[in-house]
Design a protein around this ligand. Structure first.
Ligand code: HEM
Length: 392
């Protein structure tokens, strides 16, 4: 037992493997952790190999980690996969807390609008295809990371010259050292741009897929959004950002989608940068913290019929938008999503224009989308088929 953490319930653990044997499950991590929280409580510990890790599943504790003690918990663990993908944390999401990271983050945040709206591509533009390909490589690599992040010595299973995939290629490139022709400096240059795509495109487009999936299950919600759009915009005027406050039901549908299926059900791991405390328990420096946002968004103490899709929960009795304290799809505090306002803006423009112009339905003979989802870097819906017809 480490000093100071004895009072937090902890999963059994063994030398070297830690608690991994107790984490074997067919459930995806957010559901497994939610189940374990039922047994061990809303704050419990486990060992990911040698790494002591706290799992947090209660909103007041989450707010303590992200906001009240946000600065103390703003570190990121050093992991083999992300270290390679980001050239030792030269990105934002996986870089440890430092002055450099803070300046980098500020710079990127302030240039997003310019960066995102500055250029456009035609479908199949070779440059666009290359970027999409690279993005896909990153997604697959992080999914495959798993064990090598817990036991870095697994790297030795590599055969130099015979990379099996992008992860191997990056590892081999790194092992060769710097300065050589095979060095991965091009990837290095791509880090920040790749992250804007990796963290930005995958999350936003997946949220859009979830939105359509839930609208197919709830055609009456689709009709109500369309009635609101018809009243505010009419048939032809494209939605503008200034319309957001006049479309509270549409905005509440987007929120309910992000609540019921958060694309990032477990936040990127945080790390205690100093000895600190959480919920009155002392937490040693270096402790990893996993925030289970799925558990927060489905907590029956805070959400009535949490498993039911009900956008009205984001409206008050006079129909105005409200934001419950247990709704944190972008995280909060120093590590809050850099792209939050951009993502909200994109989702508003996409959903409003699509529903103004089209009806979404299930093609005859096909079944409704499966709403279970599959867990990767983001929580995605299984593939489904949708019929899109112009409204007029
Ligand atoms: C629906 C869309 C999105 C959702 C739900 C989402 C959610 C999140 C979450 C939960 C985090 C982790 C917070 C934490 O670790 O405490 C995060 C971090 C981040 N997101 Fe997003 N995100 C979205 C879109 C975007 C977009 C559009 C961009 C950029 C173009 C972006 C860039 C980032 C970056 C760079 C970080 C790391 C921040 C840091 O560690 O300091 N995200 N996002």
């Amino acid at each position: 037992q480490r000093r100071g953490v004895v009072s937090v319930p902890c999963l059994p653990y063994l030398p070297v493997v830690g608690s991994l044997l107790h984490l074997r499950s067919s459930l995806p991590p957010h559901l497994l952790f939610t189940q374990l929280a039922g047994r061990y409580g809303s704050l419990f510990g486990l060992y990911m190999g040698p790494h002591y890790t706290l799992v947090v599943s209660e909103v007041s504790l989450v707010r303590e980690v992200l906001l009240q003690r946000g600065r103390e918990f703003a570190g990121r663990p050093k992991m083999v996969t992300t270290d390679l993908l980001t050239q030792g944390g030269k990105d934002i999401a996986f870089a440890d807390y430092s002055l450099l990271w803070k300046n980098h983050r500020r710079l990127v945040q302030s240039s997003f609008t310019l960066l995102v709206f500055n250029s456009s591509y035609q479908p199949n533009d070779p440059e666009l295809l290359k970027v999409l390909d690279y993005n896909d490589g990153i997604v697959q690599t992080i999914v495959r990371g798993g064990l090598v992040d817990i036991f870095p010595w697994l790297k030795v299973t590599l055969t130099p010259g015979e990379p099996r995939d992008l992860l191997d290629a990056l590892l081999i490139g790194k092992m060769k050292g710097s300065g050589g022709d095979d060095d991965i400096t091009d990837d290095h240059v791509l880090m920040t741009a790749a992250e804007a795509f990796g963290a930005g495109v995958e999350t936003t487009s997946t949220t859009l897929l979830w939105a359509i999936a839930f609208l197919l299950h709830h055609p009456q919600v689709q009709e109500r959004v369309q009635a609101e759009l018809d009243e505010v915009l009419g048939r032809d005027r494209p939605p503008a950002l200034s319309d957001r406050s006049s479309l509270p039901f549409l905005e509440s549908v987007i929120c309910e989608v992000m609540r019921i299926r958060p694309v990032s059900p477990i936040l990127i791991p945080h790390v205690a940068m100093q000895d600190t405390s959480l919920g009155g328990h002392s937490v040693p420096k270096g402790t990893r913290v996993l925030v289970n946002m799925w558990a927060i968004h489905h907590d029956p103490k805070h959400w009535e019929e949490a498993d039911t899709f009900r956008p009205e929960r984001f409206l008050d009795s006079s129909g105005k938008r409200v934001t419950p304290a247990s709704f944190l799809p972008f995280g909060a505090g120093p590590r809050v999503c850099v792209g939050e306002s951009l993502a909200r803006l994109e989702l508003f423009l996409f959903v409003s224009r699509l529903l103004q112009k089209f009806n979404f339905s299930v093609p005859s003979g096909r079944s409704l989308p499966d709403l279970q989802g599959r867990y990767g870097v983001v929580l995605q819906p299984h593939h489904y088929t949708v019929r899109v017809t112009p409204r007029y």
